[in-house]
Design a protein around this ligand. Structure first.
Ligand code: NDP
Length: 241
């Protein structure tokens, strides 16, 4: 059976690796993105995976975007909520706009993307929802009160919704990556990365998007049906829950 998977923010970084891992595992995959059309076109060219532009902060846009995906590929059986942003600053310098942008994308985005596919998953008695949270949602990080709050919220979302889905064979799990070498992390000042971040990672390196994608591919698979409400940490030994 060929299942259909939708990955938000699937056109670059961790999301792109997730799309490719799922495609390699035999899924029919769709990727959404926010506005970087050039990267999305290059990703489509490279993989053949259809790409769809809409903003996960906008519920109506998610409903119509998902309808487009389903018209092309069929009902979404696997949803990976990966789209995310940072707007880092110490709390006293964080503006309401920086707070709202991060909460809307990284937390409300999960509601906006999951709510439209949930009734179909319930009706079909099958679903896999995988939420990409973060190490910094688990432990909190100075300079990221907004991001840590949203990512911790993702874990609450995961645990509560897992309880609602369990009786219908819908699993809801979270993956918490540590520092992975994507645009998001490479945008940090290189001295902070070299002197502050890397020394904190016991394995001595950043993670790769593919290492996160393999966790997601397992949680998306039919084999993972007994795992729900869980948090997979993939952080190079930086933090143990
Ligand atoms: P990138 O910045 O490389 O890619 C982010 C993706 O999300 C892009 O495809 C982007 O689209 C999309 N996106 C952003 N905002 C929206 C929006 N409002 N609507 C739709 N799509 C959106 O991020 P990463 O690959 O680094 O991160 C992926 C996920 O992993 C995020 O949730 C992040 O918080 C999490 N994470 C990352 C870590 C890391 O070290 N990199 C560590 C822990 C967690 P577009 O290309 O159009 O901008």
């Amino acid at each position: 059976m060929t299942r259909v998977a939708l990955v938000s923010g699937g056109t670059r970084g961790i999301g792109a690796a997730i799309c490719i891992a799922l495609q390699d595992a035999g899924y029919r995959v769709a990727a959404s993105y926010a506005g970087n059309t050039e990267r999305a076109a290059a990703f489509h060219e490279q993989t053949g995976i259809p790409v769809f532009r809409w903003d996960v902060r906008d519920y109506a846009a998610c409903v119509s975007g998902i309808a487009e995906v389903e018209a092309l590929l069929g009902p979404v059986e696997v949803l990976v909520n990966n789209a995310g942003i940072t707007r880092d600053a110490m709390f006293h310098k964080t503006t309401p706009d920086m707070w709202n942008a991060v909460i809307a994308t990284n937390l409300t985005g999960l509601f906006n993307m999951t709510h439209p596919v949930w009734p179909g998953m319930r009706a079909r008695n099958f679903g896999r929802v995988v939420n990409i949270s973060s190490l910094n949602g688990q432990r909190g990080q100075a300079g990221q009160v907004n991001y840590s709050s949203a990512k911790a919220g993702d874990l609450g979302f995961t645990k509560a919704l897992a309880q609602e889905g369990a009786g219908r064979n819908i699993t809801v799990n979270a993956v918490c990556p540590g520092y992975v070498g994507t645009d998001m992390v490479m945008a940090m000042p290189s001295d902070i990365l070299r002197e502050k971040i890397l020394p904190q990672i016991p394995v001595g390196r950043l993670g790769t998007p593919q290492e996160i994608a393999r966790c997601v591919a397992f949680l998306a698979s039919d084999d993972s049906g007994f795992i729900t409400g869980s948090t997979f940490s993939a952080n190079g030994g930086q933090f143990f829950v």
